[in-house]
Design a protein around this ligand. Structure first.
Ligand code: HEC
Length: 179
């Protein structure tokens, strides 16, 4: 191999190197994408509720339940309750069935029937059946109190829920005034 040939090889390598770099630059110019000032997708965090005080949140919830409880009526609730009656009694002195007796349930301690065998989840819940709690639970029982053994999908319709809660409240020694 003489020096001329070596030169040719070096020249060839240089050419390739130049081509690679050149192509890189060229494609950068062709496929130029402006980098966003803030990398990533702009996610707008709705932190209004985080910012607001607990008091405000409580008021907000109250407004919701007032609006909800203004819907429906006891007569509709009685009809809706037919879906619950397979598992629950509602009359005074009614027995536990698959589920606990529900007379007096509004305002009662969650899991409050002495001789009914509740799930651990309900016993440990440690709250009272307020309108808010009933609304949450009846929307989607297993989603609201994880581990409940009430195998019922829930009442998705707000008016149905409000109606059945009114009906539960009616079947009590001391119905609670509506919010
Ligand atoms: C398939 C049977 C079944 C149906 C249908 C059903 N429930 Fe229940 N319910 C249960 C069981 C079982 C429990 C006990 C849950 C536990 O211990 O986790 C329960 C618990 C409850 C409780 C809590 C009571 C307490 O003493 O703490 C309420 C309130 C309730 N159900 C309301 C309803 C209403 C209202 C409906 C109809 C919309 C309904 N349930 C439909 C089986 C049922």
């Amino acid at each position: 191999m003489d020096s001329f040939e070596i030169n040719k090889i070096i020249a060839a390598i240089l050419m390739v190197a130049l081509l690679v770099v050149g192509l890189g630059k060229l494609s950068e110019t062709i496929f130029y994408v402006k980098k966003p000032e803030i990398p990533g997708y702009g996610i707008q965090v709705e932190n209004a509720s985080i910012d607001s005080s607990n008091e405000e949140a409580a008021i907000e919830e109250k407004i919701d339940i007032v609006a909800l409880m203004s819907m429906g009526d006891i007569a509709t609730g009685e009809k809706i309750f037919k879906k619950c009656a397979a598992c629950h009694s509602i009359i005074k002195g009614g027995e536990n069935k698959i589920g606990p007796a529900l007379y007096n349930v509004v305002g009662r301690k969650v899991g409050g029937i002495e001789d009914y065998k509740y799930s651990k989840a309900l016993i440990e819940y440690n709250k009272e059946w307020t309108f808010e709690e009933l609304n949450g639970f009846l929307t989607k029982p297993a989603g609201y109190i994880k581990g409940t053994k009430m195998s019922y999908a829930g009442l998705k319709n707000e008016e149905d829920r409000a109606s059945v809660i009114k009906y539960l409240n009616q079947n009590s020694d001391a119905p609670i005034p509506l919010p």
